[in-house]
Design a protein around this ligand. Sequence first.
Ligand SMILES: O=P(O)(O)OC[C@H]1O[C@H](OP(=O)(O)OP(=O)(O)O)[C@H](O)[C@@H]1O
Ligand code: HPA
Ligand SMILES: [Mg+2]
Length: 178
Amino acid sequence: MDQDIQEILFTPAEIAAANQKLGQQLARDYHGKNPLFVCVLKGAILFLTDLVRQIPESVEIDFMDVSSYHGKTTSSGEVKILKDLDVSVAGRDVVFVEDIIDTGKTLKALMDLFASRKAKSVKIVSLVDKPAHREQVVQADYIGLTCPDKFIVGYGMDYQENYRNLPYIGVLKSEVYL
Ligand SMILES: O=P(O)(O)OC[C@H]1O[C@H](OP(=O)(O)OP(=O)(O)O)[C@H](O)[C@@H]1O
Ligand code: HPA
Ligand SMILES: [Mg+2]
């Protein structure tokens, strides 16, 4: 895998530091609230598991599977809900957990869907923000790292389902997908 990476953007230590900071902010803001963390599959799974271990109080977790990239490096624009939550969010403090916000289409679709679900609050934590290609207005409440306008992989993020298990976040060599 390493040979397909052009440049490491965030090392495991930088990712861990971002997780610790985000965990402290969330622990403070959700103290006593028993929030529901909604992990957006599959990319956010590594982030979720590290993030929740930074929080000393109990949080609930659930999963949604939404996909729009379909094995490409640019969003298809069509967001499909492949798996919905198992629990009701009515009256709950919900936190969407994302690995990356890129065009914003995935989170816009999720926020629109949740507008009618009567959650008490809905916020967003994203490990990475890539603001260069935003097509929908989506404001994350908590952001760990900001990345340049490059297609990145690792720490949950994929290209055609590969590279998710890289322990760092790096830029994929363009010859891999051209
Ligand atoms: O802001 P956007 O342009 O919508 O892009 C961000 C979304 O795209 C990726 O998911 P993807 O659809 O590739 O599914 P995956 O997490 O299973 O890889 C990523 O994990 C985010 O959920
Ligand atoms: O840069 C990215 N890498 C991997 N998955 C993604 N989904 C949106 N942007 C990206
Ligand atoms: Mg993907």
